[in-house]
Structure formats: C-alpha cells, structure tokens
Design a protein around this ligand. Structure first.
Ligand code: T46
Length: 138
C-alpha cells in the first residue's frame, strides 16, 4: 500500500524553526477543521475507524507516535516523529494511532467539519464499504 508523507519546508533562522501550511499549497485540500490530541496515555490506541469522505493530514508537532493505515487488504505503519512531516490519510482507510510518546501532540488538518455520520467504526462494515472480502486480506 502506498502512503504519502509530506516534508514541509521549515523556515529556519538563528531564532529557531517555523513551518507554515497553506491550503492547496502545502495541504492538498481546503482546511475546514484543525484539531489536536495530547496527554495520550501510554499503551492507548486511538482511532479504530475509517471515514467515508474525510481527507486529513496528520502532523506530530511535538514528540512522536505511529499510525497504522489499513485499506482492507494491506496494512502499513508510519512513524511520525518530526514536526515538519505530514501523513496524508485519504478517505476509506482504517486508521489507528498508537505508541504516543508522553510529550506527543498530534495535530490534524481536516477537509471537512466534524460529522459523526462520516465515520465507519465497525471493521466488518468498513470491509463491506470498500468492497473487500475477508479472504482477500493479506
Ligand atoms: C481521525 C483521527 C486521526 C469532536 O467533538 N470534534 C472533532 O472534530 C473531533 C475530531 C472529535 N470530537 C469529539 C468526539 C469524541 O467525543 O472528541 C472525542 C474524541 O474523538 P474520537 O474518539 O473520534 O478521537 P480519535 O482520536 O479516535 O479519532 C480522531 C478523529 O475523530 C478522527 O477523525 O481520523 O483522530
């Protein structure tokens, strides 16, 4: 499974670093919502869902965490540990976020406002939605 990880341009100088993210330039969609999670407890796995329409870019702006992406057939784990890296998560992908460092802040840029009806929270329903039979999985 192919994943897209963006490396954003840090504007560094003698004072430190600054990263600027613009919709359609650095982020490949109109940004309708930004949210972030922090103080995630050790051994917690968040996510466990897919989205029917939502596209997102995940940036671990402090600390580190891992993201498991699953298209129904294949799974891939991506580590986010640099504040200038962004993982693109399209719709129809089951995601789990785990292995958060105690200082991790995971910021998410989303293409849509919050809509619970866009979530698929049941894995069998997700497989059905993406048209994958259980036997096709690796
Ligand atoms: C996703 C991953 C990466 C809101 O009220 N508004 C919001 O915009 C969001 C994202 C959440 N909430 C509420 C709903 C729940 O009561 O915050 C609570 C925690 O949300 P959730 O359990 O969905 O969080 P995660 O970490 O499992 O998933 C979140 C996003 O919901 C999801 O879209 O892709 O991060």
């Amino acid at each position: 499974m192919q994943t897209i990880k963006y490396t954003f341009q840090p504007h560094g100088d003698e004072r430190g670093q600054l990263v600027a993210l613009e919709e359609f330039n650095d982020i490949p969609f109109r940004i309708k919502r930004v949210y972030y999670m922090y103080d995630t407890l050790a051994n917690v796995v968040r996510g466990h869902h897919a989205h029917k329409n939502l596209e997102q870019i995940l940036v671990c702006v402090h600390g580190s965490c891992k993201i498991r992406l699953d298209n129904g057939k294949e799974k891939k784990v991506v580590a986010l540990e640099k504040p200038y890296e962004g993982l693109y998560v399209p719709n129809n992908i089951w995601r789990e976020m785990f292995d958060f460092s105690p200082d991790a802040v995971l910021m998410v840029f989303a293409s849509e406002i919050y809509d619970e009806s866009d979530y698929i929270r049941d894995y069998d329903e997700f497989l059905k939605f993406v048209g994958v039979k259980k036997d096709d999985r690796t």
